[in-house]
Design a protein around this ligand. Structure first.
Ligand SMILES: [Zn+2]
Length: 457
């Protein structure tokens, strides 16, 4: 059923940050958008009537949309990073998230969204506005009586260059990704949670659904309107509360992966009923209280990779081009890696899973074959891996010998110490342990030197 809309779809493009482009856009934005009112309630704005021409760049074909759930304790802060570098931050946790953003290399926010004015979503927002350039700010237009909300308004007030957008149905281009704003329930008839700004983020066939603290009433309304798409990724509504899902909603969305943004709380989040509902549809579930930061890398073909905890911050230290070439150690679906140019060709598309068993029983240096790396071929074809290398952070490398094959669905094990290879077991022949027990990086490269997979622990 097509989505009923109160108005024609409108498009705004947040284009890449070239100097010339920025200057042009600044003019366009100034001409098109009225300024946000500075006296509190933003109602009455009609910024949504505007359209800046579709200025999306022609995107590279193999790139990554990153959706990072920051570990902000009990609250939400979701960072979207388009392949071309544009950023959106959906909610900003209860406390200051600026250090986390800086840790991830974020210097500016193109679109800042407050899903609803509760403190676990907007508590850190004023600091973001005060600390880095923000271009667009969106909320549902509902005022709140708290000091936290007033502080947010004051921060916006001090930055008149930020363009206000009310969360009306519209589509926003974030580089080559698209953000669709879904219709809200009417104002004034329900709790703040059920007027959470709801966004569908699309990048090729990869689809993410973010809806703040939506509860049953809002989710039921969205299902009824037919606007809940099949989704790759769901941010668990309302921190995995038992009122943050309905069977109809999960049936419509059928997410492959669910991320619960949650910390210590007195509400019992996430609730057992929600967890079993997610398990019941076969979704993989990640939780910020267990996994730390959770980054989902969405690929245009609908596949995705997952990075967690330290791995997320480490990825931020890798240059953008390299980051896009990296297959995450834990990657699912038909995810194809990305923009490596001709040299990277065949092998970088290979789904190989790497894990490292760094801590040998006893003294690692005396039990060298108690330490090993495992490669698993998740392709439905055999991979010829002769000439491929597996290296640690300090560039201790093992090169697979002539004739080495990683059979479809099969594994090979690379032991640190000496031994006789048999086609499934290989030996680095090292005199001392290689894999650092406190964390290391295993990089698998193909015969051309192109990175196939990086496993960081
Ligand atoms: Zn909340």
């Amino acid at each position: 059923m097509p989505a009923p809309r109160s108005a024609a779809p409108r498009a705004i493009a947040l284009v890449a940050a070239g100097l010339a482009t920025c200057a042009l856009l600044a003019v366009a934005v100034g001409a098109v958008f009225p300024q946000a009112p500075r006296d509190g309630h933003p109602d009455g704005l009609h910024a949504s009537e505007a359209a800046i021409g579709s200025a999306a760049l022609s995107p590279p074909s193999d790139t990554v949309l990153r959706v990072t759930f920051l570990d902000v304790g009990q609250g939400d802060a979701v960072l979207l990073q388009a392949p071309e570098g544009q950023t959106a931050l959906v909610d900003a946790g209860r406390h200051d998230v600026v250090p986390l953003l800086r840790e991830l290399g974020v210097e500016r926010i193109d679109l800042l969204v407050a899903t609803h004015p509760h403190a676990d979503h907007i508590g850190g927002m004023a600091r973001v506005i005060e600390s880095m350039p923000v271009r667009f700010y969106m909320d549902n237009g509902d005022p709140h009586s708290t000091a936290t909300y007033r502080r947010l308004l004051a921060a916006l007030d001090a930055r008149p260059e930020i363009t206000y957008l009310e969360a009306l149905p519209r589509t926003i281009s974030l580089g080559s990704a698209e953000i669709e704003v879904l219709p809200l329930l009417p104002r004034g008839t329900m709790d703040h949670n059920d007027r959470s700004v709801t966004l569908v983020v699309r990048f090729g066939s990869f689809t993410a659904f973010l809806s703040g603290d939506s509860e049953i009433r809002q989710l039921t309304d969205l299902v009824g309107r037919g606007v809940v798409p099949r989704m790759t990724l769901l941010k668990a509504p309302h921190h995995g509360s038992d009122n943050g899902f309905t069977p109809g909603f999960l049936q419509a969305g059928r997410p492959e992966v669910v991320v619960i943004s949650v910390g210590r709380n007195s509400y019992g989040h996430p609730r057992a009923a929600a967890l079993s509902a997610y398990a019941g549809i076969g979704a993989r579930v990640f939780r910020t209280d267990i996994d730390g930061h959770v980054a989902i890398h969405g690929y245009r073909d609908g596949g995705y990779g997952v990075a967690r905890g330290q791995q997320v911050a480490w990825l931020a230290t890798v240059s953008t081009g390299d980051r896009d070439r990296i297959r995450l150690g834990e990657a699912f679906g038909p995810a194809a890696v990305v923009g490596g140019g001709a040299a990277a060709a065949a092998a970088t598309g290979a789904r190989v899973r790497v894990s490292v068993h760094a801590d040998a029983p006893g003294d690692d240096h005396r039990n060298l074959n108690g330490e090993y790396a495992v490669l698993q071929n998740q392709e439905d074809r055999d991979l010829a891996i002769a000439g491929w290398t597996l290296c640690d952070d300090a560039n201790h490398c093992f090169r697979f010998p002539a004739g080495a094959v990683l059979a479809t669905g099969g594994t090979v094990v690379v032991y640190t110490g000496p031994g006789r290879p048999d086609g499934e077991r290989y030996y680095m022949g090292m005199g001392r342990a290689v894999w650092n027990n406190n964390g290391d990086t295993a990089t698998l490269r193909d015969g051309t030197g192109a990175t196939v997979v990086v496993f960081r622990y």
